[in-house]
Every structure is written in structure tokens, then in C-alpha cells.
Design a protein around this ligand. Structure first.
Ligand SMILES: [Zn+2]
Ligand SMILES: [Zn+2]
Length: 378
């Protein structure tokens, strides 16, 4: 059985090769640490106060950046849970059925009790024949991971991981902190860069490091700023990178704003309700990754409308990620859709502190009874 042996060797080689971009980033970061801490702060900065401030601020950015990067790389992507997988009998039934119509009939029966609202472009149930499952909304099969990934955004070679529901917040923080890290280095390195350039400082080994550090940090700043701005826009619109390329299709057709609930709610879906967790690379995203509140839910004649009142929302935590409530869509919908607060809706967010505050409805008190569709579109 030579093919299976050579196949596993090829897979092993591919797995090693996929780590090269991560290694490349790690080497650059390790060098930047040496260049900034040793060559700039210790060797070149003469003022003690300046030295201390630079070192403290630098280490703060460095730790947050490394933490977010670590979390993005090593947080396993979440896969659809059991109820989306076909049972053995359904699988056999599907295999025996003719392609097309009759397979779709079987799939329609299977998805009847599942919170699925999106379809393929041709209106068919989204089915993955590699994982043998019905794809939850926003879930896509990653050809690199060879698995279906919940709320897949993209497969990122720089973190050698799929960016999706489980680590999208970490990915955003990784972009934010790496941008801050590069901007901080560029800003503090600038005056020494100019001094070396004008040859007003001695020609030492530090010169090479400080000059190259400035070039590297400023170039990374530009590309990171563009990528971060793009992902901020995606968060505000509640779209994944894949959905920005191709709008998700609902029963009435493709709708690029199908999952958008307004900027505030879209932001909280990724970063959570509690402000203190927003800048920390710990899991605080809302929902279960298998179902997402959509303003279009009541337009779907095949799905029951969301009940007006539900129990308080489940606290989303790392340990609770694998739990899957019986009707997850309704729970997350009632939480996000019934919560009246929204940045777009709030009249006077004068001090910026009011933004993100939870209303009584969001905190679990009886909702105000706003129509779902209306609540989404205001
Ligand atoms: Zn799949
Ligand atoms: Zn992947």
C-alpha cells in the first residue's frame, strides 16, 4: 500500500511547510525585540527617563501583540456539531437517491429543525460532501484544513490557521496590536534614525539595526493599517471576507447585509458585551458559531418566527464553546435582536462612554417587544 505511505509523507511535508510563514514572522519579531531593546533603548538612548518609558511601553505592546498572535495561531477552529452531520441512515439514503431533486428533498427534511437560513446561489441546501454534513449558516469548507469551519473568514498562512468564529476576535486584536507595535517603534525610532542618517551619532553596530528597524516597522505599519481598516469595516458590516467576495444567499436571494444588525450589535457579536474583555485576547464573542441572528428571519416562510421572549443569554466563554442549545438561533436572536441599544440608534453618545452599554433587555429583562425586522433596520 505505497500510496497511503507516500500520501502521509506528503501530508507531513506540507504540514511542516505551512509553518514557514509563522517562523518568518517570529524571526522578524525576535530580531525587532533585540534591535529595539538592546540596540536602541540600552545602547543608543542616553536619557534614563526616556529609556524607562520606552522599555515599559514597548513591553506592553509586545506582550499584547504576542498574546493575540499566539491565540490566533493555536485556537482550534470550530467545526459544525453533531446535529449538522448526517446520520448513517440518512447518508445511505442520500447515496442511493438520484442526484438533484431527490437528494434535495432528503436534505430539506434533515434541515427542517436546524437553524439554517442560507442556501447556495441556486437555492439548494448547502451540503458538504467531504464532511458529510449540512453546512450551518456562514460555515465553509476549507480546502487547506480539509474541514468545515464555522463562520469561516479565510485561511491565513501567516498564522497557519483558519480564521473563523473561534478566533476572529483574536485575529482582530492581533492586527490591532501588531499595528500599534509597529507604529510605536516607528515613532520612537524616528529621531534616532534621523540622527544616524545625518551622521550626528557614532557609526556603530546600532546604526544598522536602528535604520533597518525604522524601515521594517514603517512598511509593516502601512500594510497592517490597510488590512486592519478593511477588517474593521467587515466587523461593522457583519461580513466575513468570504461574504464580502460573495454575498450569502437567503431564500429570497443574495443579500450582503443579511447578517447585519447595526454597527453596535455587529461589533458586540465579535467582541462580546463586556467592555473589559474587548482589548483582551480571551474568548468573548456572542453566540455558538452555528447560528446567527438575521434580520431576514421572518421573511423565510419555512422557518418559524423568533419568539418575543427568551431566557437570559448564555454567557459565551471558552469552556462553553462546545455546548449547543436545542434552539441556538432563537437564543442568540432574542439576545441581539431584542436588545434595544445600538450605537447607530443612541442619540447622544457624547462622552463615548455610553457606547456599548447594555439596556435592560440585553441584560435579560423582558424585551421591549420591538418587531425583529424593525429593530434591525432602525
Ligand atoms: Zn466540509
Ligand atoms: Zn483552513
Amino acid at each position: 500500500m505505497a500510496p497511503s505511505g507516500s500520501g502521509s509523507v506528503t501530508r507531513g511535508c506540507k504540514r511542516v511547510l505551512h509553518w514557514i510563514p509563522v517562523l518568518f514572522i517570529s524571526v522578524i519579531v525576535a530580531w525587532s525585540y533585540y534591535a529595539y531593546v538592546v540596540q536602541l533603548c540600552i545602547e543608543s538612548v542616553e536619557n534614563l527617563g526616556e529609556k524607562i518609558v520606552y522599555l515599559l511601553a514597548y513591553h506592553l505592546f509586545f506582550i499584547m501583540f504576542a498574546w493575540a498572535y499566539w491565540q490566533t495561531i493555536f485556537t482550534k477552529p470550530m467545526h459544525p456539531l453533531k446535529e449538522f452531520h448526517l446520520s448513517y441512515s440518512d447518508k445511505e439514503l442520500l447515496e442511493r437517491a438520484d442526484r438533484g431533486e431527490s437528494q434535495q428533498e432528503i436534505l430539506k427534511r434533515i434541515v427542517k429543525d436546524l437553524p439554517i437560513y442560507t442556501r447556495t446561489m441556486s437555492g439548494a441546501i448547502r451540503f458538504c460532501d467531504r464532511c458529510i454534513l449540512v453546512k450551518p449558516d456562514r460555515c465553509h469548507h476549507c480546502s487547506v484544513c480539509d474541514k468545515c469551519i464555522l463562520k469561516m473568514d479565510h485561511h491565513c498562512p501567516w498564522v497557519n490557521n483558519c480564521v473563523g468564529f473561534s478566533n476572529y476576535k483574536y485575529f482582530m486584536l492581533f492586527l490591532a496590536y501588531s499595528l500599534l507595535y509597529c507604529l510605536f517603534i516607528t515613532a520612537t525610532d524616528l529621531q534616532y534614525f534621523i540622527k544616524f542618517w545625518l551622521s550626528s551619532l557614532p557609526d556603530t553596530q546600532a546604526k544598522f539595526h536602528i535604520m533597518f528597524l525604522f524601515f521594517a516597522a514603517s512598511m509593516f505599519s502601512v500594510s497592517l493599517a490597510a488590512l486592519f481598516a478593511y477588517h474593521c469595516w467587515l466587523v461593522c458590516k457583519n461580513r466575513s471576507t468570504l461574504e464580502a467576495v460573495r454575498a450569502p444567499a437567503f431564500r429570497h436571494g443574495p443579500d450582503k447585509n443579511g447578517f447585519s444588525l447595526g454597527i453596535s450589535k455587529n461589533f458586540r457579536q465579535v467582541f462580546g458585551d463586556e467592555k473589559k474583555y474587548w482589548p483582551v485576547p480571551l474568548f468573548s464573542s456572542l453566540g455558538d458559531g452555528c447560528s446567527f441572528p438575521t434580520c431576514l428571519v421572518n421573511q423565510d416562510p419555512e422557518q418559524p418566527p423568533t419568539p418575543p421572549s427568551q431566557s437570559p443569554p448564555k454567557k459565551s466563554g471558552g469552556e462553553a464553546q462546545q455546548q449547543f442549545p436545542a434552539k441556538p438561533l432563537r437564543e442568540s436572536q432574542s439576545h441581539l435582536i431584542n436588545s434595544g441599544e445600538s450605537w447607530r440608534e443612541s442619540k447622544a453618545p457624547a462622552d463615548g462612554e455610553r457606547t456599548g452599554e447594555r439596556t435592560a433587555a440585553a441584560a435579560g429583562d423582558p424585551p421591549t417587544g420591538t418587531g425583529h425586522y424593525g429593530a434591525c433596520r432602525t
